[in-house]
Design a binder for this molecule. Structure first.
Ligand SMILES: C[S@@+](CC[C@H](N)C(=O)[O-])C[C@H]1O[C@@H](n2cnc3c(N)ncnc32)[C@H](O)[C@@H]1O
Length: 226
């Protein structure tokens, strides 16, 4: 394993939990929660079947993750988020939708990927609107970096896809630069840069608002080719 940075892509805010989020954590964590572990999980055992596994990094409140899991019952979904209120919100929505194809980690995604996820076990990794770290001196905190994308490559099956989206042009350009220099990936964009928003990525309120205000959103999709 190449050297992994200790600089983290998040600053943990001790956000207050609503009653609903606390209840969801109390009642549904035993069903949906996965604990970080130092050796890879057996995913077919976790889900009780062998199906393509989609992993989402930093799902926020989990709205798009839950919707995607609802829309694709033939696939299994793993979400990773460090923000507890978001994990609670996601569990509440997952239980309300009676999902059986979703599991959630409350942990640093870099550590989970490195240790708890087996190599070549993922069909898709998605990273939607990661913290952009606007200031130049903070760019090193951006999660998309050369060593991180090689870790993802190792976890994706050959033919698996890494899908990113951002509303921050400078981060989109950074993503493109990192991916163009990354061995083992092929850009799925016909123009060799960005792709149209794929239908399976739910349009969030935040994004709709951005569209009304004329803000851009950039989607990038890269396939693991070797
Ligand atoms: C700007 S928010 C976007 C949330 C969501 N994807 C959306 O589109 O609404 C970025 C999220 O990534 C989470 N995050 C950042 N670094 C992470 C890491 N290393 N592991 C897990 N979650 C992380 C943050 O806690 C935050 O909730």
């Amino acid at each position: 394993m190449p050297y992994m940075r200790k600089i983290r892509s998040f600053v943990l805010r001790e956000g207050r939990l609503t009653k609903g989020q606390q209840n969801a954590l109390d009642n549904h964590w035993p069903v949906y929660g996965l604990a970080y572990q130092a050796s890879p999980l057996n995913l077919p055992e976790v889900f009780g079947r062998s199906a393509p596994v989609v992993l989402e990094i930093g799902f926020g409140m989990g709205k798009s993750l839950v919707e995607m899991a609802k829309n694709a019952p033939e696939q299994d979904f793993i979400g990773i988020e460090v923000h507890k209120p978001g994990v609670g919100a996601c569990l509440g929505d997952a239980a309300a939708a009676e999902l059986s194809n979703l599991r959630v980690f409350e942990h640093d995604a870099v550590e989970v990927l490195k240790d708890s996820i087996a190599d070549t076990s993922l069909s898709t990794v998605q990273l939607f609107f990661p913290d952009p770290w606007h200031k130049k001196r903070h760019h090193k905190r951006r999660i998309v970096q050369a060593d991180f994308v090689q870790l993802l490559r190792q976890k994706l099956q050959i033919g698996g896809v890494f899908h990113m989206a951002t509303d921050w042009q400078n981060y989109a350009e950074h993503m493109l630069q990192v991916m163009q220099a990354a061995p083992g990936f092929s850009n799925l964009s016909a123009s060799n840069d960005y792709v149209e928003r794929p239908e399976q990525r739910p349009l969030t309120k935040f994004e709709q608002r951005g569209q009304r205000l004329g803000h851009g959103v950039w989607d990038l999709m890269f396939e693991r080719i070797n």
